[in-house]
Structure formats: C-alpha cells, structure tokens
Write a protein that binds this ligand. Structure first.
Ligand code: NI
Length: 164
C-alpha cells in the first residue's frame, strides 16, 4: 500500500450504519451509542442512517459520509437483527444496488404497499424513496444475524434477571 496519506485505505472507506428508525426520540440513543463504540475501534468515518421515521435518511447520511472526503467505497451495514422487507428490498433500492433496480418499482412502492403480514410493524410506510447519489462502490453487508455474540447478550439478560 502506498504510504501517502491521500491513498490510504482509511481515507477511502466509509461505514454507513442503517437503523430502522422510530418516532420515539429515545430510539436514537442505542444506535448513537453503538456508532460511538464502533468509532473507537475503527479509523473509518462512520455515519448513521435511518430507513424511515427519523433523519437523516439513507441518501442524506451517505451524502454526509462522503462529502469533503476521498471516500470511494461505502460499507453499508443494516443494523437489523434479521433480514426483512426493508433489508432485502427497500434498502437495496435506496442504495441503488437492487438486482431488479428500476425507478418504476420505487414509484409503485407506495401504492402497492398493503401493510400485509409480510410487513406490518405498527407504522405506515409512506416512503418517499429517494435513491442515493454516489458514484463509488457500495458494499452491502448482512444484518446482525444469529451470531454467537448475540447469544452472549441473551445469556447475560437471563442471568442478570435471575440475579436481581
Ligand atoms: Ni418499517
């Protein structure tokens, strides 16, 4: 790797943490704390984005991530426990990396969204989907998933409950 600062990897990579978003202001606390904890582990620039209900949106957060930087690669991490319609359909469309990526789909989303059992979690999805404006590479990761580290958290919650 070249030693000049301008071409170092850390200057060229940004991390976008994508959370669902909630109407409750307290909901941002956890993702903010996670982002700050992660920042202690990494030299990469890190920004938080919300799928819906809170700002910044994914396009705005990505703009903030890359502006006035040399970032040409964004690693987008859906901070969701598992895959769902947002992580498999909506977020890839917004990031412009959906396999069936068409503007028609974006515009039809609102009308077709029936809040069926596939996606009914207590809020309306009146998305005004706007795609990101970014020429670089976007690497979209898996959600948190069934990771042994999460089992540790469950174990701690149960153990702590019994110790109270
Ligand atoms: Ni939702």
């Amino acid at each position: 790797m070249k030693s000049n600062k301008g071409s170092s990897m850390k200057e060229k990579i940004g991390v976008l943490l994508i959370s669902h978003g909630s109407r409750l202001p307290e909901s941002t606390k956890t993702i903010n704390e996670l982002a700050n904890m992660y920042r202690e582990y990494t030299d990469f620039k890190v920004e938080i984005a919300y799928m819906e209900l809170r700002k910044p949106s994914i396009p705005t957060a990505l703009d903030n991530l890359v502006k006035n930087t040399e970032i040409d690669t964004v690693i987008a991490v859906p901070v969701f426990l598992s895959h769902g319609m947002h992580t498999t359909r909506d977020i890839p469309k917004i990031l412009g990396i959906a396999s069936d990526d068409t503007n028609e789909d974006l515009h039809n989303h609102h009308d077709n969204h029936k809040h069926s059992d596939e996606h009914n979690h207590g809020h309306n999805h009146h998305h005004d989907f706007k795609k990101v404006n970014f020429d670089g590479k976007i690497i979209y990761t898996e959600p948190l998933g069934a990771d042994p580290l999460l089992v540790e958290i469950i174990k701690n919650r149960v153990d702590n409950a019994l110790n109270d």
